[in-house]
Write a protein of this length. Structure first.
Ligand SMILES: Cc1cc2nc3c(=O)[nH]c(=O)nc-3n(C[C@H](O)[C@H](O)[C@H](O)COP(=O)(O)OP(=O)(O)OC[C@H]3O[C@@H](n4cnc5c(N)ncnc54)[C@H](O)[C@@H]3O)c2cc1C
Length: 572
């Protein structure tokens, strides 16, 4: 056995979409970060090991932006077939690019030390390398889904469903219980040119009667991914997960056997083959943190109008029945939720462990609110918010709670600068940006998207220019552009049912592909800063180091559309 000690400012445990976004956000703010993840691939339930697609807020231009949109756009650019290994690679590449981020894969956090109400270090074991890591850090984020740092440190946690009266939640059960939404093992199937027989393993269930699938409807068309193969929510979904996996696999292989060998329409599926079955159950719910607020169903329903909003949700309250597959009625109820509703910063840290953030499905919400906030695009924005808050905690040497009390406006503005949408708020451009004259005011207006009938974008074609102009020479350090990634685009990030002839998904045609920047010096001479190619992204940030009286942006090429929108162009 080897022992290694790492020292950092921010240690994130769990590399699902929330942990990945938290680690990348902090590293980009200059924070020395370590991400400890127990699996070989990143993405948690979105990874090739579990294969859930990324969902988020519903409705017109509601899609989450920031790091999660960057992942999805890179996936379109680098993975038009939407193949799983290439999606894993997109997530891995995001970490590889960050010089402040150390990634420990295959490394499971097993223990920690606490002093004076703060975590000092964690212990984690990397089995392939037979190495024990000690990671010492000023701040930690628990993005493990199951709140491992809370369990080990004695942070206040909740498990199960609140009783109806505790928060006056109409969709909660009458009395509190320890039931949860259960884990699932998913299937992936492929349509081929030949006929395929299927012989199930002898231990799989034999389903022969469609009534065994009432409200579930197994089929191999459309957006089916068998999410309803779910058990264990009425028992101990966390500690008995191995037992539940065995049950899930019996069902999963039995379902494919039913489609191939027993279903009324089995002839339709002669050319289908079983491509993949997940042996690692995807988990929906276990321990949740108790923060300085416990956001509940009523906060969701009333739109979450929090002054300290750092993210938003917009998925319905999708509350699965704890009996899962064995519940004879609808497996889930979609209780309506507004899209968007705000999420409070106070859900993102532990109430009693003073340097501990949390993000993802373990934030401080009730079971009912979780049934909406748990979707992965929401989780990723929560991760970005927690990682950015950790950077402010490092900068001011304060606790997560103090970041909320003293630096919330700065946190919100950094999130918007990095293209997160905080509904109802606008990004505040720097003084030097606001002092300039600009040819299109909306470019620095901070909306960053068209929403609720307000569209302040600059609409341009190849060859068109916009310009900032100052009365006196100014020094500029960086510029940032927000292009239009067509937030209403419908595709999923990966393909689950591999029907023949599924079209490729590529970079949105609404995006700018190439642009040029020029600046004018105090003597009136123009200089070319360069032509820039956009690798299919919505947010482009570029360092500058110039003194100028004018800066000009020229669109050179788009990804397809003749006229495109630019939602933001700012400088500082
Ligand atoms: C079957 C299923 C279907 C779903 N359907 C959808 C859907 O369609 N769309 C959608 O957006 N969401 C869906 N969800 C919900 C969503 O997947 C989860 O809520 C979301 O993945 C939570 O993100 P997270 O980052 O908090 O946790 P996770 O994705 O669970 O990631 C946490 C990671 O931490 C790692 N970890 C845990 N313990 C340790 C440790 N001790 N040390 C190191 N690492 C550790 C885990 O391996 C895991 O990879 C579904 C969930 C399930 C299970």
């Amino acid at each position: 056995m080897k022992n290694k000690t790492l020292n950092c400012d921010f240690c994130v445990v769990g590399g699902g979409l929330s942990g990945l976004a938290a680690a990348v956000a902090a590293a980009r703010e200059g924070v020395k970060t370590v991400l400890v993840h127990d699996r070989p691939v990143l993405g948690g339930n979105a990874s090739s090991e579990i294969r859930m697609w990324v969902c988020g807020a519903r409705g017109d231009n509601r899609k989450e932006t920031g790091i999660v949109e960057e992942m999805l756009l890179e996936n379109l650019y680098a993975n038009p077939e939407r193949n799983y290994s290439r999606w894993d690679c997109v997530l891995y590449s995001m970490c590889r690019r960050e010089k402040n981020l150390t990634l420990l894969l295959n490394t499971v956090c097993t223990d920690l030390t606490v002093e004076d109400g703060c975590i000092k270090s964690i212990k984690a074991y990397n089995s392939p390398a037979q190495t024990w890591y000690t990671v010492e850090s000023k701040y930690f984020a628990d993005c493990s889904g199951d709140s491992i740092l809370g369990v080990l440190s004695g942070a206040e946690l909740r498990y199960g469903r609140e009783g109806r009266n505790e928060f006056n939640e109409s969709i909660a059960p009458e009395t509190a219980d320890r039931k949860t939404m259960g884990p699932s093992c998913l299937l992936q199937c492929r349509e081929t040119d030949e006929d395929h027989d299927y012989t199930p393993p002898e231990w799989a269930y034999k389903f022969t009667d469609p009534s065994q699938f009432q409200f579930r409807d197994p089929h191999l068309e459309g957006l089916q991914n068998f999410w309803w193969i779910e058990v264990g929510g009425s028992a101990d979904a966390l500690h008995d997960v191995d037992m539940h996996r065995d049950e899930l696999l019996k069902i999963a292989f039995g379902v494919f056997d039913y489609l191939k060998n027993s279903a009324e329409n089995k002839e339709r599926y002669r050319k289908w083959t079983l491509e993949w079955v997940g042996f690692l159950p995807g988990k929906r719910e276990s321990f949740r943190y108790v923060g300085d607020i416990i956001q509940n169903q009523n906060d969701v329903a009333s739109g979450g109008k929090f002054d300290d909003m750092i993210s938003y949700g917009g998925w319905p309250m999708d509350d699965h029945h704890p009996d899962g597959f064995y519940y004879p009625g609808e497996p889930t109820i979609f209780h309506p939720a507004p899209s968007p509703f705000g999420i409070s910063y106070r859900t993102l840290y532990s109430r009693n462990i003073n340097n501990l953030f949390c993000a993802g499905r373990n934030i401080s919400v009730t079971h009912s609110a979780l049934s909406s906030t748990r979707v992965m695009a929401t989780c990723a924005t929560l991760g970005q918010a927690a990682g950015t808050a950790a950077a402010l905690a490092v900068k001011y040497a304060v606790s997560p709670r103090e970041v909320g009390a003293e630096h919330i406006a700065e946190l919100q503005n950094i999130l918007m600068e990095n293209d997160m949408w905080l509904p109802g708020k606008r990004y505040q451009a720097s003084d030097v940006c606001r002092q300039a004259q600009i040819s299109c005011e909306g470019l620095r207006g901070g909306m960053n998207r068209a929403v609720d009938g307000i569209d302040e974008s600059w609409q341009a074609q190849a060859g068109d220019s916009a310009e900032y102009r100052w009365a006196q020479p100014v020094k500029l350090q960086s510029t940032r552009l927000v292009f239009d990634s067509f937030l209403n685009r419908p595709e999923k990030n990966i393909i689950v049912l591999q029907c023949k002839g599924v079209p490729l998904c590529t970079t949105p045609v609404t995006l700018v592909k190439r642009f040029k920047l020029d600046y004018q010096d105090a003597a009136g001479n123009w200089h070319e800063l360069g032509e820039f190619s956009n690798p299919g992204q919505r947010l482009c940030k570029l360092p500058l180091d110039i003194e100028c009286v004018a800066l000009k942006l020229t669109i050179l090429e788009t990804f397809g559309n003749e006229t495109v929108k630019v939602f933001g162009w700012t400088v500082k």
